[in-house]
Design a binder for this molecule. Structure first.
Ligand SMILES: Cc1cc2nc3c(=O)[nH]c(=O)nc-3n(C[C@H](O)[C@H](O)[C@H](O)COP(=O)(O)O)c2cc1C
Length: 206
């Protein structure tokens, strides 16, 4: 969930994908979020309806927060991160059993002020806060390893002749490039100054 809505790249995928037999299938939404999803599940239902697909139930799983490109937003404390990671596998097992048994009803954390978050902030976020332009690397910290480019699910990060990353226009705003950097050398304007990184255990080498 990005900004209490369906990430545009996911919405596009649902709108455009050609899936044989999709009209006969039961479809489910399982999303990750840092805290709460607002009305993202309703947005998902609307998109599914526009395709004529049967959207059955929606589930959310809390995961470590990755959103750091807005003032006041940062990664979780070590304790919160560990707590979320300790609970997420059980939560996924629970979701699987709900889907298998056909338990009715959405099971999502919507949080407060969901209408404002999803219907007012989300559209603003899409229009104003998803630009890849502010991404840059801190030259004195970058070691040219290319892990930022490898981490990008959109192939939007390439390395120039000096092995420094450059960002194209096809960005999902997932911040994988930022979090994957072993030297914390990826920045988003000044908005990531003093912000933390969520490092996956397999990414931590030193
Ligand atoms: C651009 C962006 C926006 C986010 N917005 C929300 C949000 O509205 N609510 C929330 O609970 N978490 C939010 N998060 C946190 C992510 O949903 C959460 O960390 C998720 O596990 C990230 O999954 P991913 O790494 O597969 O993108 C946001 C993260 C990013 C990068």
């Amino acid at each position: 969930v990005y900004s209490w809505g369906v990430p545009p790249v996911v919405a596009r995928f649902i709108r455009r994908s050609k899936i044989k037999g999709a009209h006969q299938c039961r479809h489910y939404m399982v999303c990750t979020c840092g805290d709460d999803i607002g009305l993202a599940h309703e947005q998902w239902r609307d998109i599914m309806r526009s395709r004529g697909w049967n959207a059955v139930t929606a589930y959310s799983v809390q995961m470590p927060n990755t959103y750091v490109t807005f003032p006041g937003f940062d990664i979780d404390t070590e304790e919160v991160e560990a707590d979320k990671l300790s609970r997420c596998c059980k939560r996924i097992d629970h979701i699987v059993s709900c889907i298998k048994s056909g338990t009715p009803g959405d099971d999502v954390v919507t949080g407060g002020m969901k209408w404002i978050k999803s219907r007012m902030i989300y559209p603003l976020f899409i229009r104003r806060m998803m630009s890849p332009r502010p991404f840059h690397c801190l030259d004195n910290q970058c070691i040219g390893c290319g892990l930022c480019a490898k981490a990008c699910p959109m192939d939007n990060v390439t390395l120039n002749e000096n092995h420094r990353p450059q960002w194209g226009d096809n960005c999902a705003m997932c911040l994988a490039c930022y979090h994957a950097c072993p030297k914390h050398a990826v920045a988003y304007g000044r908005l990531t100054d003093k912000k933390g990184q969520y490092r996956l255990p397999e990414q931590i080498t030193d």
